[in-house]
Design a protein around this ligand. Structure first.
Ligand SMILES: NC(=O)c1ccc[n+]([C@@H]2O[C@H](COP(=O)([O-])OP(=O)(O)OC[C@H]3O[C@@H](n4cnc5c(N)ncnc54)[C@H](OP(=O)(O)O)[C@@H]3O)[C@@H](O)[C@H]2O)c1
Ligand SMILES: *[C@@H]1O[C@H](CO)[C@@H](O)[C@H](O)[C@H]1NC(C)=O
Ligand SMILES: *[C@@H]1O[C@H](CO)[C@@H](O)[C@H](O)[C@H]1NC(C)=O
Ligand SMILES: *[C@@H]1O[C@H](CO)[C@@H](O)[C@H](O)[C@H]1NC(C)=O
Ligand SMILES: *[C@@H]1O[C@H](CO)[C@@H](O)[C@H](O)[C@H]1NC(C)=O
Length: 352
């Protein structure tokens, strides 16, 4: 063997070893990220039979899988979706596939969270049909593009957080004044994310800058992370204000999931995000287990006001908010700001 081919053999060997090592790391990470374990074992999924459950954003990703699972378990599921053109309510004539079955069982009602008017109409239609609900799952979200909502608010801030704040308040008021529900509970599950700490507002005193698209440091990723931080703060504050009145609030991080969430994210960052998601992230079916866990657990008291990931406390939140008072102050500021925005918007009256 010539020295030259010896060298190229060695190069091939080194490249091969590096490649295998990388592949090993990728496969290991993928397994670590996707395992949610057997968190539903011992849970009584039959508990959902006949429960009235509202899911926002049931047309895609986690929401879609969730609607299917819940409907499959015998719950009456309202699928809130803005896809009016595909909207079909009532029974689907020919049921064959699992998908068709869930579409038949779920009640698809139009909901566009970027419009307070639409949210109000959605709420009224549900109350008219069902009278009350047992569980509200605030799931819908977007990550870009940069634009303003019908109500002239940063689009993703409204869809991901403020619209859900409004919808939740409508259902809470309805629950509290319904004399038939005094001994029942209303459960609110908010989809959060592990990326909450990428939001600038964790280190920002001026909370109103949250929605300021003209701020020099406004980015879509920041905006998304801020909206998810808002969902967590909203959850903890909702729990503090309403737990004693029968409202059970839980925030859930679903893990990193292969969905359409990054589809509108522009540029190279978008390409990278979509690539990583498709190669590494878990499936919606896997992610849904942590949400189902919250729905079926009988003793929810231990979960209320908490931020969970696969049925356990989401470590990152508890590490970063050791300084509990600081985050409570922020949660109160956010709550008050949200009410102020709703009040200044004529359509949004939570007192229905
Ligand atoms: N994927 C992840 O890695 C990950 C990680 C942490 C947290 N989460 C959270 O998980 C939740 C579900 O996200 P996903 O990953 O399943 O994303 P997805 O596949 O993009 O699903 C989002 C859903 O929200 C709906 N939606 C968007 N804008 C809406 C609007 N204006 N009005 C009503 N519905 C609207 C979408 O409807 P269309 O089909 O009409 O667009 C879609 O059904 C989100 O809260 C997200 O923040 C996801
Ligand atoms: C929810 O409703 C939308 C709009 O009708 C539909 O496209 C989607 O398939 C529904 N989701 C499920 C799980 O049935
Ligand atoms: C449903 O099935 C029946 C009989 O199997 C068939 O006559 C009818 O055309 C089908 N309807 C649809 C909408 O596929
Ligand atoms: C409470 O239940 C009664 C009897 O079923 C019913 O007539 C009434 O409309 C219910 N009230 C509400 C607010 O749903
Ligand atoms: C973003 O800018 C605002 C003021 O424009 C500032 O208060 C805030 O701290 C900044 N956030 C970050 C993460 O730099």
């Amino acid at each position: 063997m010539s020295p030259d081919s010896q060298v190229s053999m060695n190069v091939v060997l080194v490249v091969g070893v590096i490649f295998s090592a990388l592949l090993g790391v990728v496969l290991y990470m993928r397994r670590k990220m996707n395992e949610s374990g057997n968190i539903l074992s011992g849970s009584n999924i039959e508990n959902l039979q006949g429960k009235i459950i509202v899911v926002t954003g049931g047309s895609n990703g986690i929401g879609k899988a969730l609607v299917s699972e819940l409907a499959g378990a015998g719950a009456k599921v309202v699928n809130g979706s803005r896809r009016l053109s595909e909207l079909r309510t009532g029974p689907h004539p020919n049921v064959s596939t699992q998908n068709e079955k869930s579409e038949r069982l779920s009640d698809n009602i139009h909901l566009d969270l970027s419009s307070f008017k639409s949210i109000e109409t959605f709420f009224k239609e549900i109350i008219q049909k069902y009278g009350y609900i047992d569980i509200l799952i605030n799931n819908a979200a977007c990550m870009g593009p940069k634009r303003t909502s019908d109500d002239n608010i940063d689009y993703c801030f409204q869809v991901n957080y403020l619209g859900h704040f409004f919808l939740s308040k409508l259902f809470i008021n309805n629950h509290l004044k319904n004399e038939n529900r005094t001994n029942q509970r209303l459960t609110i599950i908010n989809l959060a994310s592990n990326v909450f700490d990428m939001g600038s507002f964790i280190s920002d005193n001026d909370i109103t800058s949250l929605t300021n698209q003209n701020a020099a440091n406004y980015t879509l990723l920041n905006g998304y992370a801020n909206s998810k931080l808002c969902m967590i703060l909203f959850s903890t504050e909702l729990d503090r204000r309403y737990r004693h009145r029968g409202i059970q609030t839980i925030a859930v991080h679903p893990g990193y999931v292969k969905t359409g969430l990054q589809k509108h994210y522009p540029g190279l960052v978008g390409v990278i995000l979509r690539c990583v998601a498709s190669k590494l992230f878990r499936t919606p079916e896997e992610a849904v287990k942590g949400i189902l866990f919250c729905c079926v657990r009988e003793d929810k008291a231990a979960l209320c006001g908490k931020v969970l990931f696969d049925g356990r406390l989401m470590e990152k939140w508890y590490i970063e908010t050791n300084k509990e008072l600081r985050s409570q102050k922020k949660a109160i500021m956010l709550w008050e700001l949200s009410e102020k925005i709703l009040e200044s918007s004529k359509i949004a009256s939570t007192d229905i």
